[in-house]
Design a protein around this ligand. Structure first.
Ligand code: ATP
Ligand code: MG
Length: 255
C-alpha cells in the first residue's frame, strides 16, 4: 500500500566540496495515514533537516518526498508544524495567535471560534485564551503552539522536539494532552525527540536513526494500547521496547 508520506532515497548534503556536510540519508520509508511515528536519533543526525524537507522548506540533494502522492518542491501550507522554539507573536493573545494561522491561509476565523475553544480546552488553556504569550509559562506557550499547529485540521503534523525545553513534569502532562489530541484527530504525526521513553509512549512506530549521516535502519512497531498512561509505562512490554532501542543506540556508540 502507498503511504501518505513517502521517502525514496532521500539524501541531504549541505554545502559542497571539502566543506560539504552529508547530513542525512539515503532514507526510503513509507508512512501510512494515521500513524504517530517518532524519529529518534542523536543530535546532528539530520532530524530537523528531514522535517524541513517534508515541509518543503529545504530541497533534498537527492531522492524524492511525496505527500499524498505529490512530490514536495515548495512550502506546504496545509500541514501543521511546530518546532522547539514556538512561533507565537508577542502582540497577539493566545486566541489571536491561533487565529493568525487561519488568517494566513485565508480561512474565515468566525467559523472556527468554537473549534479554537475546544482545542484550548483540550490542552487546558481555556482560561488563558485572552492572555498574551508573556503572561504564560513555557509549558503553556507550547500548549498554545500545539493549537496553532492543529487549528486548520491538518492531515499531517510535524513536531520537531516540541517538548525539548520543558521540565520533566510539564513534559509528562503535555505528552498526555498531545496523545489525547492525536487520538481525537488521528492526523498523521511525525514527532522528533531525543527521549526513548517519550517516543515509545506516544508512537505507533519508532524510526531509530543512526548518527550522521542519519539513516533509518530500524522501525519498531509499538503495539501497546492507547491511551498510554503511567500504568502502561510500567508494563513489561513498554520496558522491553525501551531496552531494545537503548541497545540499538548502544551498538551505535551513542549511549
Ligand atoms: N543550514 C545548514 N548549513 C550547513 N550545515 C547544516 C545546516 N543545518 C544543519 N546542518 C548540519 O547538518 C547536520 C544535521 O543537522 P540537523 O539540525 O538536521 O540535526 P538534528 O538531528 O535535528 O540535531 P538536534 O537533535 O541537535 O536538533 C549537522 O551536522 C548540522 O551541522
Ligand atoms: Mg533538530
Amino acid at each position: 500500500m502507498q503511504g501518505l508520506i513517502e521517502f525514496k532515497s532521500v539524501t541531504k548534503t549541505y554545502g559542497a566540496g571539502s566543506s560539504a556536510v552529508h547530513a542525512f540519508g539515503p532514507v526510503s520509508l513509507d508512512i501510512a495515514e494515521g500513524e504517530f511515528i517518532s524519529f529518534l536519533g542523536p543530535s546532528g543526525c539530520g532530524k530537523s533537516t528531514l522535517m524541513l524537507m517534508i515541509a518543503g522548506l529545504l530541497e533534498a540533494s537527492a531522492g524524492t518526498i511525496r505527500l499524498a502522492g505529490k512530490e514536495v518542491h515548495a512550502p506546504q501550507t496545509d500541514i501543521g508544524i511546530m518546532f522547539q522554539d514556538n512561533t507565537l507573536v508577542p502582540w497577539r493573545t493566545v486566541r489571536g495567535n491561533i487565529e493568525l494561522q487561519l488568517e494566513m491561509r485565508g480561512i474565515p476565523v468566525e467559523q472556527h471560534a468554537e473549534h479554537i475553544s475546544s482545542l484550548l480546552q483540550s490542552v487546558h488553556l481555556a482560561d488563558f485564551a485572552d492572555r498574551y504569550p508573556f503572561e504564560l509559562s513555557g509549558g503553556m506557550q507550547q500548549r498554545a503552539a500545539f493549537c496553532q499547529a492543529m487549528v486548520h485540521r491538518p492531515k499531517i503534523v510535524l513536531l520537531d522536539e516540541p517538548l525539548g525545553k520543558l521540565d520533566a513534569m510539564t513534559r509528562e502532562h503535555i505528552r498526555a494532552d498531545l496523545q489525547k489530541l492525536w487520538m481525537q484527530t488521528r492526523s498523521t504525526v511525525i514527532f522528533v525527540t531525543h527521549s526513548i521513553e517519550e517516543a515509545v509512549q506516544l508512537s505507533t512506530k519508532v524510526a531509530v536513526i543512526t548518527p550522521r549521516p542519519g539513516k533509518v535502519e530500524t522501525v519498531i512497531d509499538i503495539d501497546l494500547p492507547f491511551p498510554r498512561d503511567l500504568k502502561v509505562k510500567g508494563s513489561s512490554a513498554f520496558i522491553r521496547h525501551v531496552r531494545e532501542i537503548q541497545e540499538i543506540f548502544h551498538g551505535y556508540g551513542v549511549i
